[in-house]
Design a protein around this ligand. Structure first.
Ligand SMILES: [Zn+2]
Length: 77
């Protein structure tokens, strides 16, 4: 862990990836989809969350392949 502060954007992307990973892990382990449980299965709200998690993954992937570090805070992707 480095002492550098990460920007708001990096925090959001990381938080969404963690939410997605935990939700998927929980689904595998306990067959509980927490997002669906909280927001309803395939409602607009749950689809927004799934969509944002997917988008965060895409941002991370593109960041890893092309950008290498965040332009705002220099965090390694
Ligand atoms: Zn950043």
């Amino acid at each position: 862990m480095e002492g550098k502060k990460t920007c708001f954007f990096c925090k959001i992307v990381d938080a969404l990836l963690i939410i997605g990973a935990l939700n998927w892990g929980l689904l595998a382990a306990a067959q509980v989809d927490l997002v669906a449980k909280l927001l309803g299965g395939m409602t607009v709200a749950s689809r927004v969350v799934y969509g944002l998690v997917g988008l965060a993954g895409l941002v991370k992937l593109i960041g890893c392949l092309c950008i290498k570090e965040c332009p705002a805070c220099k965090k390694q992707q």
